[in-house]
Design a binder for this molecule. Structure first.
Ligand SMILES: C[S@@+](CC[C@H](N)C(=O)[O-])C[C@H]1O[C@@H](n2cnc3c(N)ncnc32)[C@H](O)[C@@H]1O
Length: 374
């Protein structure tokens, strides 16, 4: 019997890498971006001073530097990748941080801690775990009542443009055993796409390795799936992008925890077509159409993740692509043009046909913050 692959860890370990390196020349600008993120999800950074923070999967540790600059009392990171642990430890050592900061080596599934934290952070780590919901449940247990969990969600809608890029990578056979050369070829092919993504500060070859080459093990995790799982143990607090509108009066009899999560879920279904394309903010629409869009994107996503790329996979990409086009053409004109461009390329094989596709990227990762209620 073969041991099942551990998401992230086995691939990173095999290649001795942590492909999440950020390049930024200006630290002040990077810190402002991080502040903006925290504030968008409802956490003014001032409130991090003197608190206890637990982080799952700090990666390179570059974001830890920002966290420590906010002067929490305690920072504990948990990771099981040697490259990540060394890199994060170096950053802690150099930070001059005066509180307590440590990084623990453990698979989070085996991690045990008697402490309870005010803030827990799990950024780019829960989706694609074998059981993302198991991770969330475990994270919540380490939170103080009233504490905040920040985690990221991702789903096949938000990843649609990247799924189509991965389809191109498969069709053109761009992944070989030489991971560095594969990454180089992928970056070159998508150079214009990446040029258009202003504000991207991840090293391009890391993007290629993590998003186009690394096999995806477990399922994605959508916002509704995550909120449904929590029941009333947590309540929705904030998100980036901020998609929730809630006009209820605070004294309304229906202003319970469950209903707040329900309002967030309903908002998601009316607006999730906006996660497909970061360039536009389309009007809210009928949730039943978005549910069909979600299902079609899921099918397409699963075709691309299959290990064997076959003639049938190529046909399926076209079929689901057309289906998706019919579900967005009325309400999402800019995105439809990009998808048409992709479908034209899919038939012709001519890279020039991708011109209107290249600037299309989704809101691939959504940040969520939730408060533990009890
Ligand atoms: C994609 S990286 C994200 C890094 C960082 N949070 C960021 O936002 O840039 C995922 C990180 O989670 C770690 N990780 C994934 N699964 C883990 C697990 N089961 N236990 C411990 N660490 C894990 C990986 O080693 C890696 O450092």
């Amino acid at each position: 019997m073969t041991t099942p692959e551990r998401p992230f860890l086995d691939f990173y370990e095999k290649h001795s890498l942590i492909p999440t390196t950020l390049t930024f020349v200006d630290q002040e600008n990077f810190f402002s971006q991080r502040n903006f993120l925290f504030e968008s999800i409802g956490i003014p950074t001032h409130f991090l001073r003197g608190i206890k923070i637990l982080e799952l999967g700090p990666g390179t540790g570059q974001k830890v530097e920002h966290l420590l600059s906010l002067r929490p009392a305690v920072y504990v990171g948990v990771d099981n990748n040697a490259t990540s642990i060394n890199s994060t430890q170096n950053i802690i050592n150099k930070s001059g941080f005066r509180g307590s900061a440590s990084i623990k080596t453990s698979d989070f599934l085996d991690y045990e801690d008697t402490d309870r934290y005010d803030l827990i952070l799990a950024e780019l780590v829960v989706p694609t775990q074998n059981d993302p919901q198991l991770f969330l449940r475990k994270l919540i247990n380490y939170l103080q009542p009233g504490g905040i969990l920040i985690y990221t969600c991702s789903d096949s809608l938000a990843l649609l443009s990247e799924t189509l890029r991965r389809a191109i990578v498969n069709k053109l056979g761009m992944v070989t055993n030489d991971i560095d050369k594969s990454a180089e070829d992928i970056v070159k092919f998508f150079e214009h796409d990446l040029d258009s993504l202003k504000g991207m500060n991840r090293i391009r070859s890391d993007w290629a390795i993590d998003q186009m080459i690394k096999p995806t093990v477990g399922p994605q995790l959508s916002i509704p799936e995550s909120l449904k799982m929590f029941d009333s143990q947590v309540k929705f607090h904030g998100s980036s992008p901020r998609f929730l509108e809630d006009y209820r009066w605070y004294k309304s009899p229906d202003s319970t925890v469950e209903s707040l999560n329900e309002v967030a879920i309903q908002n998601y279904w009316n607006k999730c077509h906006n996660f497909v394309d970061y360039r536009f903010a389309y009007k809210a629409r009928d949730s039943s159409v978005n549910r069909k869009l979600f299902a079609a994107s899921n099918f397409l996503y699963s075709v691309i993740q299959e290990t064997q790329w076959k003639k049938k996979s190529e046909e399926a990409v076209f079929t689901y692509g057309e289906q998706i086009l019919s579900l967005i053409s009325n309400d999402c004109s800019g995105t439809s043009e990009s998808l048409q461009s992709f479908l034209k390329f899919w038939k012709s094989g001519e890279p020039k046909d991708l011109q209107q596709f290249r600037t299309w990227w989704g809101r691939g990762t959504q940040y969520m913050s939730v408060v533990r209620t009890s």
